[in-house]
Each structure stands twice: as C-alpha cells, then as structure tokens.
Design a protein around this ligand. Structure first.
Ligand code: FES
Length: 336
C-alpha cells in the first residue's frame, strides 16, 4: 500500500498528519542567489552531493522558516533529484516544517517520563495561552507550539525546548512564564548549552553555518556553567558504595575461561547457614572482579541497607512535594 506523503493511504497507515507542504505565503522572503551558493557550499562537504540534502533543507528553513515548495525545488535542482524525492525526505522528519513557523519553536515533551511529571499539563496550558494546538503558530507569529517525543533528557523531566535548546524541570507556571517572555521579545537563557537564538537562527546552525565569529567565541557561548546533578546521581551513589563497572573488553575478546563450564557451587546445608546464605557466600567467593564481588556482596542477605540518596533533614524520601494544582506531583525546583 502506498504511504506517500499527502496520500489518504499514508494517513491511514501511519495515523500521522501527512498533509503536503503548504503553499508559500505572500510575504515569504525569497531564496536568493546567496542561498543557492550556500547550498553548493554544503554540497561540497560531501563525497556524494545528495548526502547534503538534510542540511540543505535546514538552510531553506533558515531563510523561509519552513520547507517551502520553492525550497524543495531548489534542493531538487541542485542535487539532480525529483521534487517528489526531496518532498519524501522533507515530510519524513519532524524537524522539517511543512507550514511557516513562528519566531520560536516551543516543543513540549509529552513522552512517558515527562508526561507522568506534568508534560501534558504544560502542553495544555501553553496551548490555551497561545490559542493553538500541536504544530500551529500563535496569531502574533511569535511561537509555534508542538508536542515532542522523548527529547533524551528524561533525568530533567519535564522538559521543554525552545528552538531545540533545553529548559529543564519545567512546571506549568515556569513554562507559561518562559513563553510569555518569548512573546515579549526576550530570550531567557536555556538551562544549559548555547544561548537562545530563534528558529531561523538555529536552522542556520543545523545547516552547518556558525553564528559565531570564531571558535573561541563559540566555546565561550556554549560552555556556560552547568551542574549535571540529576545525570550524575547514579555515578555519585556508585562512588559512595565502592561500586564500579566491570572493565570493557575489546571487540571480539573472550573471557579467559570462555568455553569452559563454570563450576556450579551448590549449598551443602552443612555450615549451619541457610541455603540462601550459603549460596550468597559462594557467589561472593566465585566473583572474578572487584565489581562482581561488590555486586555479590551487596545482594548478600547479611549486607547492610545501602545508604541511599541523601535527603534533607526531615524528608522521608517517599513523597514528591505536591504542586499547587489538584492532583499534581512536584515538578522540580521552582524558577527564580
Ligand atoms: S520522556 Fe521527556 S525527555 Fe525523555
């Protein structure tokens, strides 16, 4: 069955919006000779020019705010592809927009972890404030809103990105304030990474053109102070407990005893210990590496309770502080 973009079958098969690329609005800035020259500059980076299609589509978005029919035609002409081939790529990836975008693209993660911590409530609140739904642009042209699948920042859930820059541990109020600031023309600094530009600016970066004069300026902008707290909690716990991962073996390397059957240690019941304790002792004795020994010791019935995450005085560690809305859980620290 055909699943071509825009086909009824495609919509039925995928359940997704497969609407075709939207015609150009009257006030769209044209693609210029400079755009064409920059497209050729991108093509020259690759042994096979058609490999340049993805950054070329970002280049088109950096000028016009979406992949317009004119942009599809330019890419097809330069690469010797058909418009259908370019359109098939442009409509496959969600980062290529089929309708003109606002000045900023706000993406709200509504995937599993963000959702249980309030992602959908954030999406609903922003949708109401802006008067738009998924993949629609506010009437003032300031913001295009979309829901997003996992943004690979689950340890900072719920996450919102603006022009692909991260705003971590949001809640309904902080996300509403963020979007209100964007509509006032402000650019609140992301929680980490590079300073905010706008959708066309970040599209130009994705096309491979830096917004910074040189590498020193780029490093100074991107290397902002950032504490990777939630990401490193597991590492710090492992350090406290003396745990470490087993050493990595090189590709194809076999353990020294590969192929030889391991001796099975069965509890004898002769030591006065329970069979479970005997088996646990045997596992500790048979462990090859410090990491395996630590793991076996940690699961021994006589092992002390792990220290666990340090909590503030008086905290039980069993509850997340409730948010202000009925039925909400806490959603990370409040914003200053
Ligand atoms: S579920 Fe939202 S970042 Fe992974």
């Amino acid at each position: 069955m055909s699943a071509l973009p825009g086909s009824a079958e495609g919509t039925a098969v995928t359940g997704l919006d497969s609407s075709p690329v939207q015609p150009a609005p009257a006030d769209l800035p044209p693609l210029t000779e400079q755009t064409r020259l920059e497209a050729r500059e991108i093509m020259a980076r690759y042994p096979q020019p058609r490999s340049a299609l993805l950054p070329m589509l970002h280049l088109v978005q950096s000028v016009q705010g979406y992949v317009s029919p004119e942009g599809v035609a330019l890419c097809a002409e330069e690469l010797g592809l058909t418009k259908a081939e370019v359109g098939a790529v442009a409509t496959f990836y969600t980062m290529y927009k089929r309708r003109p975008t606002g000045r900023h693209l706000v993406s709200v993660c509504t995937n599993t972890l963000c959702n249980v911590l309030g992602g959908q409530r954030i999406m609903d609140a922003l949708s109401a404030d802006l008067g738009v739904h998924h993949d629609e642009t506010a009437a003032d042209g300031s913001v295009t809103l979309e829901h997003a699948e996992c943004l690979a920042a689950c340890d900072y859930a719920p996450v919102v990105t603006v022009d692909y820059e991260f705003y971590d541990q949001q809640d309904v109020e902080s996300a509403r304030e963020l979007v209100a600031a964007l509509r006032r023309g402000e650019k609140p600094h992301p929680t980490r990474g590079a300073p905010l530009t706008d959708f066309r600016g970040v599209s130009r970066q994705l096309a491979g053109f830096s917004q910074y004069a040189d590498e020193v300026e780029a490093a100074a902008a991107v290397d902002a102070p950032w504490q990777a707290g939630p990401t490193l909690i597991g590492v710090h716990l492992a350090e406290e407990r003396g745990e470490s991962a087993p050493p990595m073996r090189g590709p194809g390397a076999q353990p020294a005893d590969a192929g030889e059957p391991r001796e099975t240690v069965r509890p004898s019941g002769r030591t006065g210990q329970s069979p479970g304790e005997e088996a646990a002792d045997a596992r500790v004795a048979a462990a090859d590496s410090p990491a395996e020994k630590a793991g076996a010791a940690g699961s021994h019935p006589d092992a002390p309770e792990p220290a666990g995450r340090r909590l503030p005085d008086g905290a039980t560690g069993t509850d997340t502080p409730a948010g202000s809305e009925p039925g909400t859980s806490g959603q990370g620290p409040g914003k200053a």
